[in-house]
Design a protein around this ligand. Structure first.
Ligand code: FES
Length: 383
């Protein structure tokens, strides 16, 4: 806010540029903006003076105009971009918090079921989104709540978190003549299925920026990162590509398994203390084994038993660990499958779910999703 400001813009927080961690931890609420550390007791514009030559406010009379570009046969859907409940801007901070990445761990475009069906797209497919200005790749999320003819892409994923999923790459360059805002809420888009040949997941303690993959994205988990990898190559080539990401120093620290046909691969790197440092799974699309147990090993750093090592290579947890599904309640790490089975066993209200699973009883951001799951299960039961 202080950059090239020189008093020209009222919003200037330059006085806080060298705030120490200690200063920050004792930082008291104050009136903004303030360019120095002193206390300012007057409210901005409270005296009726504005930063114009005569001190009077200027109203800008605008006419409502149509969007710069309309949907057409080539770009038939209207793309809206915006925020997700758990993220802030380009995730430079929130993206490092496992709990905040749990609800929507990958960049995904929301589509109405009819729009998805018309394009032969199902939940979890990889799609290419193209506008007149650029393209990105994202997973498909089929959502009843999405308006038909419209699609929604979150604005949060930069090149730090995914191969090519930044909403800005699709934006129209047309800006509002008064505010300078780009037309971020409407750009005509074409969405097509990306034919993929393999899928992989790397669970690791290391912070990486993969290159050479058609699509990857990553999300923070306790103890490290999970990298979702996808390619258009056949699985055997995908295995070769993904294997390059393994950071094993010594050959005797690597456990590997490839199936007879060379189409599925599982590997784990073991650290000097005998704990799992990373794991890589590669298979044909939709064939990846569940990974919850492997992700939990990253956090616990426990020394692996012989049974654990066998389980690593078989791709199955040695203890029954039913997948919890997509995390709906980030506060208490409760997944969609857990909520659905609680509804099936009689929890028919938000309150009942809260009492049984605690889901929805803290910040409340997940309550509408919980209600939707209860509603869907009740409709199913009635049918
Ligand atoms: S996400 Fe906070 S209560 Fe569920």
């Amino acid at each position: 806010s202080a950059f090239e400001n020189g008093g020209e813009r009222l919003f200037d927080l330059g006085g806080f540029a060298d705030l120490t961690d200690e200063d920050y931890s004792t930082f008291a609420p104050r009136l903004w903006p303030t360019s120095d550390r002193g206390e300012h007791q007057t409210r901005l514009f409270g005296d009726g003076r504005f930063p114009t030559p005569d001190g009077r406010a200027r109203f800008v009379a605008v006419r409502q105009e149509a969007t710069a570009f309309s949907v057409d046969a080539d770009y038939p859907l209207a793309l809206n971009t915006g925020r997700l409940r758990d993220q802030w801007h380009t995730m430079t901070r929130t993206g490092n918090v496992p709990r905040l990445m749990a609800n929507v761990p990958e960049p995904a475009v929301d589509l109405h079921p009819a729009d998805a069906a018309a394009r032969h797209l199902k939940d979890g497919d990889l799609a290419q989104l193209s506008t007149r200005f650029g393209f990105v790749r994202a997973r498909v999320r089929v959502a009843d709540s999405q308006r038909r003819g419209h699609a929604f892409l979150p604005m949060h994923w930069s090149g730090q978190f995914a191969a090519r999923a930044a909403a800005g790459l699709l934006s129209s360059p047309v800006t509002d003549p008064h505010s300078g805002q780009p037309e971020l809420k409407h750009v005509p888009v074409r969405i097509v299925r990306e034919e993929t040949g393999w899928a992989g997941v790397l669970i690791t303690r290391r912070d990486l920026r993969p290159t050479g993959f058609v699509h990857w994205s990553r999300h923070a988990v306790d103890g490290g990162w999970v990298y979702e990898l996808t390619g258009t190559e056949p699985p055997d080539q995908g295995i070769l590509l993904a294997r390059k990401l393994l950071g094993v120093k010594r050959r005797d620290q690597l456990l590997e398994y490839t199936d007879r046909r060379g189409l599925a691969y599982r590997a784990a790197a073991i650290d000097d203390g005998g704990a799992m440092a990373e794991a890589l799974l590669v298979a044909a699309p939709d064939q990846l084994p569940a990974r919850d147990w492997l992700v939990s090993l990253l956090a616990t750093r426990q020394k692996l038993s012989t049974a654990d090592r066998h389980a690593l290579l078989s791709g199955r947890s040695p203890v029954p660990m039913p997948p919890i599904g997509r995390v709906v309640c980030a506060c208490f790490h409760v997944g969609a499958n857990q909520i659905a089975s609680a509804v099936a066993s009689g929890c028919d209200s938000l309150e009942a779910i809260g009492e049984t699973l605690r889901a929805g009883t803290n910040c409340g951001s997940c309550r509408s999703e919980i209600r939707a799951i209860i509603g869907a299960r009740q409709v199913q039961a009635a049918e």
